[in-house]
Ligand binder design. Structure first.
Ligand code: PLP
Length: 406
């Protein structure tokens, strides 16, 4: 059937505007994606017509909103092919999900001298929570190196396992350069050593889709705002048998069963991990985004984005003085580059004057930057509402930057 780009662009009202007297070309999608009308409208409608706090309400509106929120959980469950609805924990985002696992899993299973495996290509969100856990528990962080193409070195990965390895935390897709990691294979390896795996899916669900049962992931986390949903909402998926054994993270209302001053017992999954009023409107918005992705078709999205990746890689690599980072055989449509003698920040500021939104800096991946001996890059991250024409405009803007500085 293919992707109807005109229809898609009409679904995202924000794209149809002028910035610095030029049509907006939005290439900052790895930071956050824009929202389709389907998401905006459902959230608007709740605020205008049906809003009410959920669970335990006996009145009409509370009942209605509770049903919508629990339906949203089902939609997310289907979207990632989890086994049970209660394996879907709503969080405030990827960062919160990782911190939650680092805390709950760490409290229960990590002891002095134990080891945790992460990689050199992680977002800070999938480094710092593990580092803090290691400090608290006197454990050790072990790091999978990457090669010059920005791919994980899997032989080295396998060598990192020992009898002290407690968990592996790895990103599905790298936000800095777009590498798609072979997480299924990595999970199989970890399970051979009896080690569970957390996958950071913040940059994956919206590009590759995910089937957590096919991957056999123990934990999988992602954010609503990077998959065309609202901000302030995300998902922590965990296998039932693992979640059941973990202690709660935040405590308070909703997550309890019985409370007395002597003792508190906890609610069942998923509520044990959703203390306080959840972001229920965000959850409903996130589910609408998942539906939107399914209606558009992940296969259509993948094919369209692959074309953008091939077209952009070729065009950008023809520009003199431009160096692309991350040329993994399997990657999403992210172009991370530097220009000879030009600071990425200066380049980004000038590119912006042409109506093109790119991100500059270390992209919350300082260890990655260190590996390549750079301070940062210009990053253009494209999705299925971008076009070849916008890539042409980016190339023209980069040429202008080159002319100005050289
Ligand atoms: N992990 C990856 C791979 C990311 O790209 C990001 C955000 O850029 C995060 C984690 C953190 O996501 P959030 O800020 O939505 O919690």
């Amino acid at each position: 059937m293919g992707l109807d780009i005109n229809r898609v662009r009409n679904d995202f009202p924000i794209l149809n505007q002028v910035v610095h007297k030029k049509p907006l070309a939005y290439f900052d999608n790895a930071a956050t994606t824009q929202k389709p009308l389907k998401v905006i409208e459902i959230m608007d409608r709740i605020y205008m017509e049906t809003n009410s706090n959920i669970h335990r309400g006996v009145h009409y509106l509370s009942d209605l909103t509770t049903t919508q929120f629990e339906e949203a959980r089902k939609t997310v469950r289907k979207f990632i092919n989890a086994r049970y609805d209660h394996e879907i924990i709503f969080t405030s985002g990827t960062t919160a999900g990782i911190n939650q696992v680092a805390f709950c899993f760490g409290e229960k299973y990590v002891k002095p001298g134990d080891e945790i495996i992460i990689s050199e290509i992680e977002h800070h969100s999938n480094i710092v929570p593990w580092q803090m856990l290691c400090e608290r528990k006197d454990a050790k962080l072990c790091v999978i190196p990457i090669n010059d193409l920005g791919e994980l070195v899997l032989d080295e990965y396998e060598r990192l396992f020992s009898s002290r390895t407690r968990i592996v935390a790895v990103t599905h897709v790298a936000n800095s350069i777009g590498t798609i990691n072979p997480v299924k294979e990595m999970i199989t390896t970890a399970h051979r050593y009896g080690v569970p795996v957390l996958v950071d899916g913040a940059q994956a669900v919206q590009h590759t889709g995910v089937d957590v049962r096919d991957l056999d992931a123990d934990f999988y986390v992602f954010s609503g705002h990077k998959m065309y949903g609202p901000t302030g909402i995300g998902v922590l998926y965990g296998k039932e048998e693992i979640l059941d054994e973990l202690p709660p993270w935040q405590t308070g209302g909703e997550m309890v069963d019985q409370v007395s001053f002597e003792k508190t017992t906890f609610n069942k999954l998923p509520f044990k991990f959703e203390a306080g009023t959840p972001n229920y409107i965000g959850g409903i918005g996130l589910a609408a985004a998942a539906e939107y992705l399914e209606e558009t078709g992940l296969d259509n999205i993948k094919a369209y984005e692959k074309d953008l990746l091939e077209y952009g890689s070729k065009k950008l690599s023809e520009i003199e003085g431009l160096h692309l980072f991350g040329e993994a055989g399997n990657k999403i449509s992210i172009f991370s580059f530097i220009l000879d003698n030009i600071h990425p920040y200066d380049a980004g500021m000038i590119i912006d004057k042409y109506g093109i939104a790119v991100r500059t800096g270390n992209h919350c991946a300082q260890p990655f930057m260190e590996r390549f001996g750079i301070r940062g890059t210009v990053r253009a991250s494209l999705v299925f509402y971008n076009t070849r024409e916008e890539i042409d405009r980016l190339c023209e803007a980069v040429e202008k930057v080159n002319q100005m500085f050289n």
